[in-house]
Design a protein around this ligand. Sequence first.
Ligand code: NCD
Length: 307
Amino acid sequence: MDFRGRDLISIADLSKGAIYEVLEKAREMIPIARGEELDERLKGRVLATLFFEPSTRTRLSFESATHRLGGRVLSFGAPEVTSITKGETLADTVRMVEAYSDIIVLRHPQEGAARLAAEFSRKPVINAGDGAGQHPTQTLLDLFTIWDDKGVVEGVKVVLLGDLKYGRTVHSLAYALALLGAELTFVAPPTLQMPREIVDLVMDLGAEPGQVEDPAKAVKDADVLYATRIQKERFPDPQEYLKVAGSYRVDLALLRDGKKDLAVMHPLPRVNEIAPEVDRTPHALYFKQAFNGVPVRMALLSLILEA
Ligand code: NCD
């Protein structure tokens, strides 16, 4: 696929072939991401990050990826210091920022914000999370992590555990895993189940996702256990959050029933979904997963921005 100048708003913007193109390129980027090789292919290019929601990994890994390829980054820190507080619209903000940069990475609490920004920007826009919508670059790094660890994605048995209703990472990831032929099982408290439209989408792609409530049952023959945080900030009613808070936890007792090479993943930040005792086991893949954000975002930026 010709990525040059393109937006990335939803993971469904990418075909299977295009996804593998990013993963292959990300593999080549690893020595540069680690700082073992120097590279300047984005010299003179400017990436703008517009983050209207908190972020640690996504913003920093985009910044690291740009710097490692010789480019520069513009960002405004906290949205409270911008003209947004004076009432400026997202559309106007985007029209300014496109004049100051070559590519815009946007995170916003509203679903559809990235799509809207892309309509107003002639420069490429990358969605770094729009409310409970999509988080396509997280999905690319999640796929890379599975592919790197298991050697393949097709046929891999993946359990998505946690807040499947509000979690944008699992919305994008479920779609991509179905597209790439992985086997899916959804495990969530009754009020946080995967939205119907995502279930329909993955079934249209030929997947037949299992749905169970008990993590112990799902873990037994899984290859990957992908845990997520309950998205407290998206609950309309704090009482509803309290009812489900702490309702699941990945600990050594749960993993004892799983395969020896079961990989535990998490987009992070974790609150208490994964016990710290898991960190020291070979199951813990989440810190490597967070590192993989750098080579994967390098691959994407280089595909979109290189002449
Ligand atoms: C996720 C997000 O922002 O959607 N974080 C991330 O990008 N790694 C997950 C979360 O906040 O729970």
